[in-house]
Design a protein around this ligand. Structure first.
Ligand code: AMP
Length: 288
């Protein structure tokens, strides 16, 4: 496996590859969730390129850009063990060499769920992913369903901009407690915070159970999920049920729905989601 740090070098290596390429963009601090993306990517193409880049433009002014964990050596070893062929780990100067005037913005789907809570975040994501797509020139790109809104926005972006790249989603990998794996889970050092963090999974499970019992009204589904947050003081950024394609709320959902939430546990912001109309993830059965 090669570790490449410049766009020119990456392009030279990419041109020399025969066969198709699957691409897995990440911000590093890798865990099993990222590795499942890389493993899935190995089934889709002859070569897998993983990028490791903590993208400054998707962090807000009060977010954890400087504290975000970075360990390229460990990440590269994990990429290799999962079957990756090339790690692309550019500097900020490589990806943002000049004072840029161009950004990629997807309308509509970016102003629900996380959008209002993280102004500029999705524009940072769509812009860096476009730049990475232009540098890597993949045939297929793989993203996690854990970031459901991001995945939906990127699918829409590639369609609208006629990018010749297929976008695939991979199911969320969870810890034994049901907590969705995240690079930010390492901030949860207090055992009480770990327990509090399981309430995201409990809320989603309660929402899913209500759907199973025939509840189709947004408010009814939200009331069911809200029971997970009855005890204690919670800082909930949002808890919502949205249309899986448009990401907008509806009064009723006859054909399928995504329940999504973002909650602050201590100073750590955690997100999670599930499809209410699909089987419950195995590790959430413990909360039924
Ligand atoms: P990040 O490094 O957090 O930007 O995530 C890089 C990619 O890994 C994104 O496509 C995420 O959706 C995906 N990802 C993060 N956590 C998980 C998880 N627990 N399960 C599956 N995919 C994940």
């Amino acid at each position: 496996m090669q570790i490449i740090k410049t766009v020119d070098d990456l392009r030279a290596h990419r041109r020399a590859l025969s066969g198709d390429v699957a691409f897995v963009p990440t911000m590093g601090a890798l865990h099993e969730g990222h590795l499942s993306l890389i493993r899935h990517a190995t089934t889709l193409a002859s070569h897998v390129i993983t990028s490791i880049f903590v993208n400054p433009t998707q962090f807000g002014p009060n977010e954890d850009l400087n504290a975000y964990p970075r360990d390229l050596e460990r990440d590269a070893q994990m990429c290799q063990s999962a079957g990756c062929s090339i790690v692309f780990a550019p500097s900020v100067e490589q990806m943002y060499p000049s004072d840029e005037a161009t950004a990629v913005h997807v309308r509509g789907m970016t102003n629900t769920l996380c959008g209002p809570h993280r102004p500029g975040h999705f524009e940072g994501v769509t812009t860096i992913v476009t730049k990475l797509f232009n540098a890597v020139a993949p045939d297929v790109a793989v993203f996690g369903q854990k970031d459901y809104q991001q995945l939906a926005i990127l699918k829409r972006m590639t369609t609208d901009l006629m990018m010749p790249i297929r976008v695939e989603g991979v199911p969320t990998v969870r810890e034994p407690s049901g907590l969705a794996m995240s690079s930010r889970n390492r901030y949860l050092t207090d055992p009480q915070d770990r327990t509090r963090a399981t309430h995201l999974a409990r809320a989603l499970t309660a929402g899913w159970a209500a759907w199973q019992q025939g509840q189709r009204a947004r408010q009814g589904l939200l009331d069911a999920a809200q029971t997970a947050f009855e005890q204690g003081t919670w800082s909930i950024d949002y808890l919502d049920v949205v249309n899986p394609d448009t990401l907008h709320a509806q009064e009723r959902f006859e054909h399928g729905a995504v329940m999504a939430l973002a909650v602050r546990v201590g100073s750590t912001r955690l997100i999670d989601n599930i499809r209410l109309d699909e089987p419950l993830p195995a590790l959430l059965h413990q909360y039924l």
